[in-house]
Design a protein around this ligand. Sequence first.
Ligand SMILES: [Zn+2]
Length: 323
Amino acid sequence: MKKRVFIILICYILLILCVIFAIKIFSSEDEKNTDKIQVIATLFPDYDFVKQIGGDKVQVTLLLNSGVDTHTYEPSVKDMKNISDSDLFVYTGITSEPWADEIINSLENSNCRIIDTSEGIDLIESEEFEKGYNALSQSVHEHSEDELEEYEYDGHIWLNPQNAIKMIDTICEALCEYDASNADYYRENAENYKKEIQELDSDIEQAMNNLDSDVLVFGGEFAYSYFISRYNLKYVSVYTSCGEEAEPSVQDVRNVIDFINENDINKVFYEELSEGTVAKMISEETDTDPIIFYSLHNVSTEEIEAGENYVSLMRKNLENITN
Ligand SMILES: [Zn+2]
């Protein structure tokens, strides 16, 4: 009798295990969402714009995880395979992501369509920008030939909201072409998000016109030329560009500290997902606070989970500059 009860018990346990297994299989199939358009986007702005326009018709994956250096990144074999298996690959142009060249070449025989969101956007020429907007332009150091070639143009186009609007148009047109039956849905979503970005742009413009000092001081990597020129500001920075491997010279740091002391500056900005070591050092030497300025290459997992988007993070930048 005891033996029978034992066998029945074992059968029950097996049955429960089978049910759990079946649920797992079904839910993992559901996670794949094979009915949705599969998109892989390199940077957070591209990821966010695809998500906003594509809504529930699109499943978008961010290629570069939080904290990955977007300038020195190298795609893995698995990345290449995932991109080749996806429907659309969205990137921010070769200036911003030179490594994307390798991916694009590998997609020749794939059905994956390629979207370059920098299309139709005028790139900022780094040296010209430095001459026009650097408040320390008298002391701008001479660049070596190598430096000039590497940083000839700035690729951080998304930090000008007007460019963000053009990027949205490019993504929207590509989605409409790929999935014409839902074109009205994509266009409506794009229009709504563009309206939000237009409001953001007007709010930043108004606030920047009313700043006590129109010079922003940066103690971190410099990715902000599109922002500075859009709002006609000036800047001072220890780094000349973004993704630089060399530390700034003692003289460059000294120049920035002197500038802060001679002018009424109370903040020194640095990029998110970094230690801000130089910015913090400068703030200790001066009467300034080290403050985050989102450069938005990629964001933390917590911020994505909290539903932060391009507009909400750019509004944080506005708050950090004006408060
Ligand atoms: Zn950068």
